[in-house]
Design a protein around this ligand. Structure first.
Ligand SMILES: NC(=O)c1ccc[n+]([C@@H]2O[C@H](COP(=O)([O-])OP(=O)(O)OC[C@H]3O[C@@H](n4cnc5c(N)ncnc54)[C@H](OP(=O)(O)O)[C@@H]3O)[C@@H](O)[C@H]2O)c1
Length: 232
């Protein structure tokens, strides 16, 4: 797996307690070419919790001695919470939901990109965040899901902007936003995820293949698990 990365490469999965995050970790831990694959989440040590901004920098600092990492993937994200379900119409919009969803899907991942990029191997590294095709402004045909769509669109912009900066400061880093497809998970369960979603392990395998194949020149782009380049 990941032949574009050096033999003995090191990987970090952020949000490894999630369905897709744990699938990434399982695949990487079973790859004989990967010498070190670890995961962090809200209950791990160090922990990362987007309800606590400081936890992001503390986790990055705690992991500095375990690096450098050739591959970092952030699979944290929410569509619904105990309090909030995706909005069906504009009348459902409120600051509370927008803030809660943006914090986890956009603010947290953006600050994570910033704090964790220094842990990447300088000569050759990939950093990815799991976005969602419904965050594509151009592809929005159905409407609805205001906060989730907008938070993923914001995430995409924050990733693109970070990629432009990294092109100057860490020119051998490939930074990619990924769409996993519909996956059977906690997140998709209330939305027929079990019927229409596929196993996370298949989605994770496909996304690793995409990350591996993309040239460095594609850093700052949005790709589907299928290898299709998605419009912003
Ligand atoms: N499933 C799909 O069909 C689908 C489609 C498109 C995009 N995605 C994206 O794929 C990513 C992974 O989703 P999934 O399907 O694997 O969902 P999941 O099983 O619900 O996993 C979500 C992950 O996010 C973490 N998380 C939630 N709130 C957090 C917070 N405040 N701070 C830190 N971590 C937090 C969870 O941690 P805990 O274990 O502690 O709750 C878990 O690790 C998300 O970004 C999602 O938007 C999924």
């Amino acid at each position: 797996m990941m032949p574009s990365l050096p033999e003995g490469y090191r990987a970090l999965i952020i949000g490894s307690s999630g369905t897709i995050g744990s699938a990434f970790l399982e695949l990487l831990q079973s790859d004989p070419r990967c010498s070190h694959a670890i995961g962090i989440h809200r209950q791990s040590s160090p922990a990362i919790n987007y309800a606590d901004e400081a936890s992001i920098a503390i986790a990055a600092e705690a992991l500095a001695s375990s690096g450098p990492f050739h591959l970092i993937i952030n699979a944290i994200g929410v569509l619904h919470t105990d309090t909030w379900s995706p909005e069906k119409k504009g009348a459902d919009l409120c600051f509370g939901q927008l803030e809660a969803i943006f914090k986890i899907n956009a603010f947290g991942p953006a600050v994570t990109l910033s704090k964790f990029s220094s842990l990447l191997a300088k000569a050759n590294a990939i950093m990815a965040v799991i976005s969602a095709k419904v965050g594509s402004i151009e592809d929005n045909r159905l409407g609805g899901w205001y906060s989730y769509r907008a938070s993923k669109a914001a995430l995409n912009m924050l990733l693109k902007t970070t990629a432009i900066e990294l092109r100057r400061t860490q020119p051998n880093t490939k930074l990619i936003a990924l769409h996993p497809g519909t996956v059977n998970s906690r997140l998709s369960k209330p939305f027929k995820g079990e019927q229409i979603g596929r196993p996370a392990i298949d989605a994770a395998r496909d996304m690793l293949a995409v990350l591996n194949q993309l040239p460095l020149s594609e850093s700052g782009s949005f790709y589907s698990y299928s290898g299709e380049k998605l419009p912003w």
